[in-house]
Ligand binder design. Structure first.
Ligand code: FAD
Length: 460
């Protein structure tokens, strides 16, 4: 039963970040009648998808005092998921055929994702809520409220009190670097994929790429077009792995690196040795909340942010502090939308959270399940096979319909294609029937006016 109107609260809420998570959080909070200020340190919306040719001066991003470049997008990047399943549920990511500057492909470029997010911000009048060029430098509890300190690009500082803070600062900016024995004496160059933009600097080089998931496979293929040799090292390969990859004459797959040596050689666990010029670490990112002061309550340990009830609310600080966008290997935009609806409704009092103790019990039980399955801590927020259950659980909390079958099937099939056919998955697929289901669903929900001409022409 809906609670009486008088119990519904309208709060003053700070959102940190105007990327895909912060934008939809702002919309949902405003739609729930909260007053919202979005702090964004960049000059535009879009977060990670705001490509810049600039990268950080420190190529491994190890210097804590470096000037941070937020985006990790490289020039050639196309999405790693099909667009139908990637967008927000109520604002589908469909091709804009009437605008020639747009990329209509199923796996479009990063520019198309940014254009989509700009369309979303325009459609829902979100830009008005954003304070651009303003970085949040401190978030801490202040009695039952929250202090937010910020500084803008003119050096002007702000010190404000909010009823609640929603953290949407993105998790693909602070690199994780692989440990390679002997690397300190190895004389070559090292760079993390966060700072990779174009292949040109690797011309004629022998390059070792560590990591063989989305960025690793993309970047190694980008580089092989100009490099002399590219060697991919991956800890998910057995120690004997050594093979030349099909469709190339200069790309090899190896086991992990055993050591780097003073003479410039890199020795792999499979016994192969190469004289390498550069190592590119495509080894992922760390959660990082440099502005957050919770007196040690929230910690990040081996990439586990905790404690977080359902990856969103820290039990002792809920609902005033929440996080949108922590889980990965999932339908991110769809998840941001659901998590944001949940946060907005919990803050207004329309939805109640369990007691602090019950939330802690749930977190502990979740950790225990992961331990039983032998999953390392760093996989705490990797939804993987738990996707459907997690997303549908939040959908149920907020009274939204469960995720569509085609959406989950596109995600699963998309990941399989990415892993098994990294060089062709963006242009060849075998799930046209899911595209049809997706567009028929958009039409039924009146999210598009008609089926795209390609679908009609092909008689599907
Ligand atoms: P971000 O987009 O990173 O936005 C965070 C925002 O917070 C930024 O605008 C930043 O400037 C701002 N900010 C940070 N700190 C502060 C502060 N202290 N004060 C003020 N503002 C601050 N996902 C997909 O769904 N499909 C893909 O194909 C895909 N490809 C990817 C490829 C790469 C190489 C990477 C790294 C990620 C990819 N992702 C993909 C995941 C991607 O991160 C998400 O799609 C999504 O953009 C994350 O949105 P976000 O809002 O959580 O974070």
């Amino acid at each position: 039963m809906a609670p009486a109107q008088s119990t519904i609260k309208s709060l003053h809420v700070a959102v940190i970040g105007a990327g895909a998570a912060g934008l939809v959080a702002a919309r949902e909070l405003r739609d729930e009648n909260h007053s919202v200020v979005v702090f964004e340190r960049d000059s535009k919306v879009g977060g990670l998808w705001v490509y810049t040719p600039e990268s950080e001066v420190d190529p491994l991003s190890l210097d804590p005092n470096r000037t941070v470049v937020h985006s990790s997008v490289y020039d050639s990047l196309r999405t790693n998921l099909p667009r139908e399943c990637m967008g927000y549920r109520d604002f589908p990511f469909v091709p804009q055929h009437d605008d020639e500057s747009r990329d209509p492909r199923r796996y479009p470029t990063h520019k198309e994702v940014l254009a989509y997010l700009e369309d979303f911000a325009r459609e829902f009048k979100l830009v008005e809520m954003v304070r651009f060029n303003t970085e949040v430098v401190l978030v801490e509890p202040d009695g039952l409220k929250w202090r937010v300190q910020s500084k803008n690009s003119d050096g002007i500082s702000g010190d404000e009190i909010f009823d609640a803070v929603v953290v949407c600062n993105g998790h693909y900016t602070e690199p994780r670097v692989a440990h390679v024995p002997g690397i300190d004496s190895w004389p070559g160059k090292q760079i993390h994929s966060h700072n990779y933009r174009v292949p040109d600097p690797f011309k004629d080089q022998v390059v070792v790429v560590i990591g063989n998931f989305a960025s690793g496979t993309d970047i190694s293929r980008d580089i092989m077009a100009v490099a002399k040799e590219v060697h991919i090292a991956s800890r998910s390969n057995s120690s004997e792995t050594y093979k030349q990859l099909p469709g190339s004459d200069n790309l090899w797959l190896h086991s992990m690196i055993k050591s780097g040596n003073e003479d410039g050689s890199i020795v792999f666990e499979n016994g192969k040795v190469v004289q390498a010029d550069t190592i590119v670490h495509c080894t992922g990112y760390k959660y990082y909340f440099p502005f957050l002061n919770t007196n040690g309550y929230i910690t990040v340990e081996d990439n586990c942010v905790g404690p977080l009830y359902k990856h969103v609310f820290p039990p002792a600080l809920a609902p005033g502090l929440s996080f949108v966008g922590v889980p990965w290997m999932t339908l991110l935009f769809f998840m941001f939308e659901l998590q944001s609806k949940w946060v907005a409704a919990v803050l207004s009092g329309r939805i109640k959270l369990p007691s602090e103790d019950k939330m802690m019990e749930d977190v502990t039980a979740d950790y225990a399940i992961r331990d039983t399955h032998g999953l390392p801590k760093r996989y705490t927020h990797r939804l993987g096979a738990g996707n459907v259950q997690y997303l549908n659980w939040i959908a149920e909390q907020v009274g939204a319909p469960p995720g569509e079958q085609w959406r989950f099937q596109e995600l699963d099939g998309g990941y399989v294609r990415l892993a098994t056919r990294p060089d062709t998955f963006r242009d060849k697929w075998d799930d046209d029937h899911l595209i049809v289901e997706a567009y028929e669903g958009f039409l039924r929900e009146k999210l598009i006016k008609s089926l795209p001409s390609e679908l009609l022409e092909s008689g599907k």
